[in-house]
Every structure is written in C-alpha cells, then in structure tokens.
Design a binder for this molecule. Structure first.
Ligand code: FAD
Length: 378
C-alpha cells in the first residue's frame, strides 16, 4: 500500500521530533520515519544541557536566537504533552582558568549584559559562593546565568514525538529510508523499508547520517560525525547547585542525583566505542574539581555521534533544488538546546510563514567551496 503525507521527516532525534511536533501542530499531515526508535542516537546520548549563555558567541547572536526560544519551549512542553521532561532551570556557571579564558568570559559577559540577558560576573570568591562543592584554586572567575539548566534528553525527545503524534503525526519506527524520488526538480516520494510515501516536503533530520540522505536527493551536506563520550555515576544527594562548564569540565547532576561527566568531540568517523583513555581522563580531571566524587560508583559510560559543521552553526533551509527538500541538521554540540527552535523554524518555512528570526547564518550556501570538514578548496 502506498502511503501519503504532506511532509516526511527523516530521523527520530530531537530535531526530527521537534520538526514533526511543530508541523503537526500547524495542521500538516506528517510522517516521521526512524530506522531505530526515538532518541536512539545523539539525542539519547547527550548531557541535556540547556545553555542559553555561551562564550561561543560573545554577544547574543544566531545561536542565542535559537537557544532562547528552545529553553522557553521546554518550560511549556510538560503542559503541552503531559510528559515531565525533568527540565531544571537551575542556572549555570561558565568558569575561566587562564587569563585568556577570563578575558573571553569578561567580553561575553559584557556583550550579553548589554542586551539585558541576565548574567552576573563572579570573582573566585563569588564562584565558590555560587557553587560551594566546586574546589579549585585555578578558577580565576566566571559568569553565572540563571537561564542555564538541563533536561532529560530522552524524555524531551519522547515528549516531542508524543506531542507530534497527539497532533496527528504518524511515527514509523524500525523503518529505514533508502531513497528519495524526485521529478522535474521536486521531491515526489520517500522510499522506505515499509513502502513508499508520496509527499510534498521531505525534512532531512538524520543527524550525523544526513549526508547519506542528502545524497539520495543529490544534495551535498557538509556534516560530519564527532564522537562524544560520557560517564555517569550512581545517584547521590544533591550537591551541585548549577550546571558547570569550563574548558576541562562539563558536569551536571541529574534530577535523580546521578552525576554526568563529559564530554569529548573526537573525529573518529562513525565509531561509537567508549575508550579507557578518555573515561580515565574524565575521572582524573573531575576529581580535581569535585574530590567528593572519589568513591562514587560509575554505573554507565556511553558515546554518541554529534552532527558537526565546520562553523558550529546548524543548517536550516528549504532547498531550491530539488524543491520540497528541507535541511534541519548539523546541530553539533548543542542540538538539545536548538531542537525546539529548529522545529518551529522548519514549520514556519514549510507553511510559508515568515521565520521568527533571520536564517542566513544557517544556510547551506555558506559552505560553498569547502570540503565537508571545513577546509577551503577554492
Ligand atoms: C556526548 C554528547 C553530549 C552532548 N551534550 C549536549 C548538551 O549537553 N546539550 C545540547 O544541546 N546538545 C548536546 N549534544 C548534542 C546533541 O545531542 C545533538 O546535537 C542532537 O542530539 C542532534 O540531534 P539530531 O536529531 O540531529 O540527531 P540524532 O539524535 O542522531 O538523530 C538522527 C536520527 O536519524 C536516524 N536515521 C539516520 N539515517 C536514517 C535513515 N536512513 N532512515 C531512517 N532514520 C535514519 C537515526 O537513527 C537517528 O535516530 C551532545 C551530544 C553528545 C554525543
């Protein structure tokens, strides 16, 4: 039997489910196709940090436009779906350990403060008062932002998928996409292991695998996998007040009390193995900051593949050729915090509405003349 949809979304990670959620909410007939299940790749393998303030942008820029929208969406997702995604807006610290890092943090603080983003500059004493469990003489200062927080990434992705289904979307699991048929410069149909789906639009939200899907429609997508490894401890009574980010550390304590420590960004292709070298490095490093973790039991380690672009911004675009082919990929280190905003923007593009923010920074065009890894070829 041939299936039909207005939009086929490929990928059941946070980007695909958010896209399905906002599109179904806007009244479109959506079918989401996922070869495994919801949140089985990067979207279920991450730390779930919801970082609105980051030194990646020294003042609110395109990333802030995405992250602010997403953080607010996570606040209302429970009401909209009935599922508790364990979103905690606990605030977060970005700490500096060298003079250079301090200068960058200071510039970012001034840039965000000038745009009325709530940020606070902290000296080493202020950092200690803010996060008493963090022990380090090396910390020279930092920035506290009360908008930082975290979600349970699996629950957030499931909530978006469930919300999409409640609005009428069809979710096909265990179903692989193996072809995209185009005619006269337009997408016509997605070929899957469960049969063909005729459609007007196809959204490529296949994360690190989005180049494979792009090739099916004749579109080169400069996204590459970067492995991230994570270590999880047993739950303990809450001792971390906020999310802490530094060059050497990224640590957070989940609502259940487990400590999540990570993470790397390694260029090892599609290799998802966890390595002794990295995990022992995490363990040694984290003890320098949180000696109280010394006797905690490590209960799990894992790795996931982030879909990276060379400039760390995603690709969010409706293609001219083939018409109806849409890109929602390349969210790199920050897909959880960019997911709901990307879904909203895809829905606006597909329903012909004015996007709520400018999309030029996310266009595929910016990579013209570059290899997928960002090296310029002309
Ligand atoms: C260790 C680690 C820590 C991270 N920490 C954070 C963090 O704290 N905060 C944050 O914001 N982000 C974080 N990230 C990044 C975030 O996880 C990713 O950016 C995000 O999950 C990408 O979502 P996605 O939906 O694009 O990709 P994915 O979640 O990988 O989903 C893509 C889906 O496409 C499916 N697919 C692929 N090919 C096909 C096909 N042919 N047919 C059907 N389905 C297909 C796959 O099965 C997969 O489920 C982290 C990532 C890692 C690995």
């Amino acid at each position: 039997m041939r299936m039909t949809a207005d939009v086929v979304v490929i990928g059941g990670g946070v980007i695909g489910t958010a896209t399905a959620f906002y599109l179904a909410n806007a009244g479109r007939r959506v079918t989401l196709v996922e070869r495994r299940g919801l949140a089985q790749e990067a979207s279920g393998a991450n730390v779930g940090l919801v970082t609105v303030f980051t030194i990646f942008e020294l003042a609110p820029g395109p990333f802030f436009g995405l992250s602010r929208f997403s953080a607010d969406s996570y606040l209302s997702l429970r009401e909209q779906t009935g599922l508790d995604i364990e979103y905690q807006r606990c605030g977060g610290l970005v700490v500096a350990e060298t003079e250079k890092e301090l200068e960058v943090a200071r510039r970012a603080y001034e840039g965000y403060a000038a745009h009325d983003v709530p940020v606070e500059w902290l000296d080493p004493k202020g950092v200690r008062a803010c996060e008493p469990a963090l022990v380090s003489d090396r910390i020279l200062g930092g920035v506290f932002c009360p908008l930082q927080g975290f979600v349970n990434p699996m629950l957030a992705t499931q909530a978006l998928g469930l919300g999409a289904r409640r609005h009428g979307a069809t979710l096909l699991f265990g179903t692989s996409v193996h072809g995209i048929a185009c005619d006269q410069g337009r997408v016509q149909m997605v070929q899957t292991s469960a049969g063909d789906i005729a459609c007007e639009f196809v959204v490529n939200a296949a994360g690190a695998w989005s180049p494979e899907i792009g090739a099916m429609a004749g579109v080169k997508i400069p996204v590459f996998p970067a492995r991230g490894q994570i270590l999880l401890t047993e739950p303990v009574p809450r001792f971390m007040r906020s999310v802490v980010l530094g060059t050497e550390i990224s640590a957070t304590q989940t609502r259940r009390g487990n400590v999540l420590i990570g993470s790397t960004a390694e260029s090892v292709g599609f290799d998802k193995r966890v390595t002794v070298e990295t995990i022992s490095h995490f363990a040694r490093t984290i003890l320098q900051y949180y000696p109280r973790l010394r006797n905690l039991q490590v209960i799990r380690t894992w790795a996931g593949l982030r879909p990276f672009t060379s400039d760390n911004y995603p690709i969010i675009q409706l293609m001219e050729e083939p018409k109806g082919f849409c890109l929602a990929t390349g969210h790199g280190k920050r897909g959880m915090i960019q997911g709901p905003a990307t879904g909203q923007l895809m829905a606006e593009l597909i329903t012909g509405k004015q996007p709520y923010m400018p999309l030029d920074p996310f266009s595929l065009r910016r990579f013209a003349g570059q290899r997928p890894d960002g090296v310029t070829t002309s």
